[in-house]
Ligand binder design. Structure first.
Ligand SMILES: NC(=O)c1ccc[n+]([C@@H]2O[C@H](COP(=O)([O-])OP(=O)(O)OC[C@H]3O[C@@H](n4cnc5c(N)ncnc54)[C@H](OP(=O)(O)O)[C@@H]3O)[C@@H](O)[C@H]2O)c1
Length: 266
């Protein structure tokens, strides 16, 4: 695949590293105004660094945009005359809607939005994808790219805000759960480093049980809860204190906030 990443900052660099490690590129153009921060990627085969977005667009088929929202409109205007029907436009830019992109470059382009999370840096991002009508024909390409960097799910654009809360903010929610588990483990006698190790690998194992077995979480819970045992005692105490309820309410609060951010800015 001939790919260009327009705006190789935090996210762009993580995507680039994932693509390079997975041998997913024929050529990879990485653009940025100041190339100093990405010099370490220069030595890789078929990776080209440039400040020239137009050159990157001309030489590539798949264009992944990872600039800040404020820069997107101008960059799209600059590159628009060089877009052809070979190009697939993948935007990772939060809150920039497909109709806004279509208004700038036309609805006949293949336009896809991707919402990855920070775990993309370790190849474990849950990435949600949506597209315009034409982009549906190229969705498989975006899935192939982001499946190399974790897992993907295609959703309607109307669900992208909810996906941002569940998957992008979700990383922070899971970090708090892991931190709380670590704090409990310290209280139960482990030193801080051991406690975090136990918390991290237990949560990884729990998620992998669901991914591998395809079970509902309660099925896995049933396997570790003995009648009158210590697990059910702990679980019920957590529920009396509102564990599930506070998680759900927190995520709904996040969702309400994300929907109101634009209105607050006006
Ligand atoms: N970070 C995440 O986990 C995440 C997750 C989902 C979505 N997103 C979205 O991804 C986008 C990028 O986020 P980020 O955290 O990676 O931001 P970032 O680190 O600021 O990266 C943006 C990069 O764009 C470059 N840039 C600016 N103007 C440019 C131009 N005219 N041509 C080429 N490159 C240009 C900047 O480098 P120079 O100043 O050197 O040009 C900068 O390195 C945002 O829109 C965000 O909403 C991020």
């Amino acid at each position: 695949m001939k790919i260009a990443i327009i705006g190789t900052g935090n996210l762009g660099k993580s995507i680039a590293k994932g693509l390079i490690t997975n041998n997913a590129i024929t050529t990879l153009y990485l653009t940025k105004r100041n190339l100093e921060d990405i010099q370490d990627l220069e030595g890789y085969k078929n990776v080209l660094l440039t400040t020239d977005n137009i050159e990157a667009v001309k030489q590539s088929d798949i264009l992944i945009f990872a600039i800040q929202p404020a820069h997107f409109e101008n960059i799209l205007r600059d590159i628009q005359p060089y877009l052809t029907d070979k190009h697939v436009i993948i935007s990772t830019i939060t809150g920039f809607l497909i109709p806004q992109i279509e208004a700038l470059i036309g609805s006949d382009q293949y336009i896809i939005r991707a919402m990855p999370n920070t775990a993309i840096a370790v190849g474990k991002s849950m990435t949600c994808l949506c597209s315009n009508e034409n982009g549906k024909k190229r969705l498989k390409i975006a899935e192939a790219i982001f499946n190399r960097l974790g897992h993907t799910l295609a959703i309607p654009e109307a669900q992208m805000q909810a996906a941002t809360v569940v998957c992008a903010s979700g990383v922070a929610f899971w970090m708090r759960l892991i931190r709380a588990t670590t704090q409990a483990a310290i209280q139960l006698g482990f030193d801080a480093k051991e406690a975090q190790e136990l918390a991290m690998y237990t949560s990884e194992g729990a998620a992998n049980l669901l991914i591998t077995n395809g079970h509902h979480p309660e099925e896995e819970i049933d396997r570790v809860t003995t009648p009158k045992g210590c697990t059910i005692e702990g679980l019920n105490e957590m529920e009396h204190k509102g564990l599930s309820s506070s998680l759900i309410q927190g995520m709904v609060a996040s969702f309400n906030k994300i929907n109101n951010i634009k209105k607050e800015q006006i």
